[in-house]
Design a protein around this ligand. Sequence first.
Ligand SMILES: [Ca+2]
Ligand SMILES: [Ca+2]
Length: 574
Amino acid sequence: MLIWKLYYTFLFIIGLTVGEIKNKGWWKNEVFYQVFPRSFMDSNGDGIGDLNGIISKLDHFVDSGITAIWMSPIYSSPMIDSGYDITNFRDVDQIFGTIHDFEKLVQKAKKLGIKIIMDFVPNHTSIKHKWFVKSVNNIGKYKDYYIWHKGRENNTKPPNNWIGVFGGPAWTYNKKRNLWYYHQFDYRQPDLNYRNYKVEIEMKKILHFWLRKGIDGFRIDAVPNLFENDDLLDEPLSNLKGYVDGEYRYHDHIYTTHDSRDYEIVARWRKILDEWANYHNQEEKIVMTEVYTLSFKAVMKYYNYGSHVPFNFDFIISINETLNARQYKNVITRWIANLPSDKSANWVTSNHDTGRSASVDPIRPNIRLILSLILPGISCVYYGDEIGMENNFNITWEQTQDPQACRTDPKTYQKVSRDFSRTPFQWDDTMNAGFSKARKTWLPVHKNYKILNLKNQKFEPESHFKLFKTLVALKKSSETLKSGSLITDTLNNDKVLVVSRQSSNESIVFIVNFSDDVSQNVNLNKYLPGAVRATVIISSVGSNIRWGTSIKVPDVELPPSIMLLLTSITVEST
Ligand SMILES: [Ca+2]
Ligand SMILES: [Ca+2]
């Protein structure tokens, strides 16, 4: 332990004396685009997206105005859990290409001004990782790389009542060691033992490996699952309705999630990144943390432990199907009100674990996207959001890939499957939506691709893609969006949401009609003081309100379901 501390002190000292972190805060107003590599672009016709596919589509980011992407795992993996079960943290899985392809990707992306964030999966490895194989065989230091324990009732039952996230006991018996090992997720994903400092040293070397490749930061997976209670105490019942024994939410996970050491280790990882950037005179490296919980305070606490972007999943978690203006207002104001003063807010539209944002509210498909791009701080968008891709529920049991669904049955798999939001990107109207030349793709392409695809949307005068591109450009250029004040209101008995950004010389106002059948008369005097006309930046795709035109204010008749983004600045009509 002492050597560990001395090593850190040494690094810290040389870090302070050698260089400086460049371009600090570059991420504060950034749009981060999540690439799901399996589904982005297939370059070799095997039906699975890969690194050369991403390289071939870098111009899409340039065209969209995207300057930072984070990629779901590309590491060597048996792909039991879409690559979140890793056998080698230092190599690329052959389905995605080679480490040289990765180096080429970083090099080409850098030339185009695109930053690359890696997914870092520290909680567990694959059961096939050499550390686990050695651990099973009781070899040297690897013995304690994982969490092993004797079972109850003469070793015939798991050591305690802990349930895994996918359901069922979080322990699996291993005959060779005659012990049980702990796994928060699938039994083929054993948890690493972070109480063993040697595991943390291994992870540090892995971070350095990827930093040497020139990456710009890490998105850290499953952060609240890192540490578990030392005494392996039984977890109490949650008493939540509708859950039975064996289901994850049947218990209250006070001993397996949100351990105080989860926060501390994130702070140490942040320090490693800062020291690296400092020592090598590089731009600031960023830390994004994935913490799924209903407790937004547990998420926000990571701001104080080095996370630049504690993912804000509130649009995903806290807005339910009743969809009204008040829910959106509450989600926005709650985050802003609790944000530490020197930090950036962030807004996640959707991701690989949830439904696509365009399908949550098909009548207002871009609402989360627009909000994420006009609210203060960082926008985190998921591949396909920019063209309004929809959930694909036409995935049969035979086609199902998600392990969470595969462990169910043909009748219930759709309830838990996450495949529907992971289908191939819809580039154009050719075979497989231009994603692959294969006869069959790893998941089926959504059958709406003939109409809903990027190529079409580039031609249409007003499309989801053009809306996205317009707002990304605005976010990057507008001082009002960067640093203007924020007002969030609901009007007309919660039928209308108003989000307004104001600077000394401009007001930008977003209004949404949550009624699907009644127009709303909205008075915008409070948000556009003194203005008699305002310019439409964008409106709902397909509405009759043309982008770039000028409309009379402050009284606006907002048609049913329509969203409208206005600026007080008069621009030439297009
Ligand atoms: Ca491929
Ligand atoms: Ca763990």
